[in-house]
Design a protein around this ligand. Structure first.
Ligand SMILES: Cc1ncc(COP(=O)(O)O)c(C=O)c1O
Length: 444
């Protein structure tokens, strides 16, 4: 077995799976096996070879390594999380007296972590959760998202989400046998158009997937926007899965602070919320996440989750519980560093002639390439990594529906990550200033 790590991963060029036109196949897509549908749903199916490609994030990282580019693509930090949390996890592994040991923890998660999640929600947002029945620990948010979609999206139904979106939503909706319907978030502000969301509801709709703070736009949904989505779900008898993995990364100039979905009155009737330690503590490789909500809904998600991974590493759960109980100032320090990185990236991109948004939260800004060039995001990212030495993600690869229309503005947006060391961002912006004009000339 080959273990892929960012420094050893290989794979096709970032645009391998997104530039080539689909070649005709003898078997219509709807009759192909599930793996094909999952890969098509996440834009990781290469129609020419009939093979699955790595995700856009891995392909971009591989391309960055190949071209010795600065990687503003994949959303992982290039610094570690709090040292004391690393030590807490390490001690839990090596000394069973200082942790839960190394055997299977309970499937729904270590009680100490479920209690810490419930206490954290109560302290920060006055949300009341029973740790025993209303918090379910998962292997990263990704497993919680998967279990929630499989639990709530019946085959043949439609699942609504705002596009662009996190790529697993498309894959898992396809695995569920449901259809993902995307409602675009439009620049320059990327606010959710809740009327358009409601207009997209049909008698086949089962589930709405929300993500706030949003990847990749950094939009923090307002209470009013969330309240209206909850109202739609209640009136049309839909479920909501709300992915909040960036909830600890909201900047002080956001129009409103983050509001978790479960803080909206009545939301618990229809919604489950997803959290994760990965972004909150800059420990993305730990993969500790959780699902929260009313006991009946969490129990339905458990029905799927306990046959995905069953459980995940007890030492990481143990250390995350300690982090949630007391972050020792890490959140504030982390957000301040990220906000400074965002500002640095924003002004560098603007100086290079791109039109970046001012993300309210998270790890990314989204920049419009129109005005600089007529080529789309995929070609722009290819040029950027190969000729400028900076890797970024074409936003069209985070869409399903809007990829079909080459004229759509979601084909002109590029995602840049600022969750990197400030010297990395600075060096990347220097490369843009020095090399982009000539690279653009060659592109013309
Ligand atoms: C919106 C969103 N949801 C979920 C995840 C995955 O979270 P985890 O690493 O906890 O599985 C990510 C990671 O980039 C993300 O951006």
């Amino acid at each position: 077995m080959v273990v892929m790590s960012p420094s050893h991963s290989t794979g096709p060029h970032p645009d391998d799976a997104v530039t080539r036109p689909p070649s005709p196949s003898r078997v219509p897509l709807e009759h192909r096996e599930l793996w094909t549908k999952a890969a098509v749903g996440a834009n990781t199916y290469d129609f020419d070879s009939g093979r699955v490609t790595p995700t856009i994030y891995e392909r971009t990282t591989a391309a960055a390594l190949r071209h010795d580019a600065l990687n503003l693509g994949q959303g992982f930090t290039d610094h570690e999380g709090p040292q004391w949390m690393l030590e807490t996890a390490a001690a839990a592994i090596t000394d069973p007296r200082r942790g839960p040991g190394n055997q299977y923890p309970p499937g729904p998660g270590l009680p100490v972590l479920r209690e810490a999640v419930a206490e954290d929600q109560r302290r920060r947002w006055d949300i009341d959760l029973d740790p025993a029945s209303e918090v379910l620990v998962t292997t990263g948010a990704t497993e919680g998202i998967t279990a929630a979609i499989l639990a709530f999206a019946a085959p043949g139904t439609q699942v609504l989400t705002f596009e662009p979106h996190y790529d697993s939503y498309g894959a898992v909706t396809a695995i569920a046998g449901a259809e993902l319907v995307g409602v675009p978030l439009r620049g320059p502000d990327f606010r959710p158009d809740v009327d358009a969301l409601e207009a997209a509801v049909t008698e086949r709709t089962s589930l709405i997937l929300l993500n706030t703070p949003h990847n990749p736009t950094g939009t923090v949904f307002s209470t009013e926007e969330l309240r209206r989505v909850v109202d739609i779900a209640q009136r049309h008898d839909l479920r909501i899965m709300c992915d909040g993995v960036y909830e600890q990364l909201v900047f002080d100039d956001a129009a409103e602070p983050h509001h978790p979905i479960l803080s909206v009155p009545g939301a618990d009737e229809v919604a489950v919320a997803i959290g994760s330690a990965g972004k909150s503590f800059s420990l993305t490789g730990w993969k500790v996440g959780w699902v929260m909500g009313r006991a009946e809904l969490v129990n339905q998600v458990l029905g799927i989750k306990q046959f995905l991974s069953f459980c995940s590493g007890p030492a990481y759960q143990w250390a995350v519980a300690a982090g949630l109980q007391d972050d020792r100032g890490f959140y504030a320090e982390n957000v301040a560093g990220l906000q400074a990185g965002r500002d640095m990236l924003h002004s560098g991109l603007e100086a290079a002639g791109l039109r970046p948004n001012r993300a309210e939260a998270g790890y990314f800004v989204v920049a419009d390439v129109r005005g600089l060039t007529d080529v789309g995001d995929v070609e722009f990212c290819r040029m950027l990594v190969e000729e400028v030495g900076v890797a970024a993600i074409p936003v069209s690869s985070l869409t399903v529906q809007h990829r079909a229309n080459p004229q759509d503005e979601l084909q002109n947006l590029v995602r840049f990550a600022f969750c990197k060391r400030h010297e990395t961002i600075e060096a990347a912006m220097d490369r843009l200033a020095e090399r982009l004009p000539a690279a653009l000339d060659r592109l013309a």
